[in-house]
Ligand binder design. Structure first.
Ligand code: NAD
Length: 257
């Protein structure tokens, strides 16, 4: 029960990686604030089963005023945010010449700027209490690029840089700031890319997954939300208190190539 009495906000946690991390933090006793679109009653019930306090705020992470309202809600209902997991993210795949400007703006807002807003609002409380953890869910695309993902790669490289800058500003405060960089994780975000691959290559779902992995991820296995959750728990532990500004890949060897 490493995180008993602490409160964790996980943005974009109604699905995929965010929900996996929220459940893993809850298993360590953290109270959880969920955020994201779609059904939230199901995820809320799953977390509540673990015996922790759970809240939900539906802030659209592309809207500054809604993020501010969410952070005020956490302050009022939970007494502040001790563990901030900036996870909400979207993807759009297209060559830069035909990349819709509106998708570029949305990706930069949700995948990058939202973390600036949650962090600037959560840090003062963390510093006052002398303990905090900021975990930015970046990507291997925060370290290397892939074609057709210019906005995503720009946002994810941006969040790795943001992680380093805020880590330096927090270095003596008891707050650590790190990024986690997953390779392929089989979530709704990636299933869309599997479907596109199956359609483009005229193959079934299993073969499309195999081809997607074979191209980039030498382990030929998807990273799981549970593995990412366990890395998040480690980064919250005392053993990790001197890890600052790092970008940790959990990518089956993708970035070792
Ligand atoms: P997902 O589509 O399963 O989940 C995304 C979550 O973000 C959902 O809860 C969704 O409702 C929420 N969300 C989307 N737009 C939002 C908005 N405007 N406001 C609030 N919430 C919003 O995706 P995922 O694969 O779990 O991705 C989570 C994070 O992990 C993203 O930042 C993604 O870039 C990153 N990531 C994913 C992979 C992967 O292979 N799946 C790899 C590396 C990094």
């Amino acid at each position: 029960m490493l995180l008993k009495g602490k409160t964790a906000l996980v943005t974009g946690s109604t699905s995929g990686i965010g929900l996996g991390i929220a459940l893993t933090l809850a298993r360590q006793g953290a109270n959880i604030v969920l955020n994201g679109f779609g059904d939230h009653e199901g995820p809320k019930a799953e977390v509540a089963k673990l015996g922790v306090k759970v809240g939900y705020h539906g802030a659209d992470m592309s809207k500054t005023a809604e993020i501010e309202a969410m952070m005020a809600y956490i302050e009022a209902e939970f007494g502040g945010c001790d563990v901030l997991v900036n996870n909400a993210g979207i993807q759009h795949v297209a060559p830069v010449e035909s990349f819709p400007a509106e998708r570029w703006d949305a990706i930069i807002a949700i995948n990058l700027s939202s973390a600036f807003h949650t962090t600037r609002l959560a840090l003062p409380g963390m510093k006052k209490r002398g303990w905090g953890r900021v975990l930015n869910i970046a990507s291997v695309h925060g370290l290397v690029a892939s074609a057709q993902k210019s906005a995503y790669v720009a946002a994810k490289h941006g969040i790795v840089g943001f992680t380093k800058a805020v880590a330096l500003e927090s270095a003596t405060s008891g707050v650590t700031v790190n990024a986690i960089c997953p390779g392929w994780v089989l979530t709704p975000l990636v299933q869309k890319q599997v479907d596109a691959r199956a359609a483009a290559d005229g193959v079934d779902d299993a073969e499309a997954k195999r081809r997607l992995l074979a191209e980039k991820q030498p382990s030929l296995q998807f990273t799981t939300p549970e593995q990412l959750g366990e890395l998040a728990v480690f980064l919250c532990s005392d053993a990790a208190s001197n890890i600052q500004g790092q970008a940790w890949a959990l990518d089956g060897g993708w970035t070792a190539q």
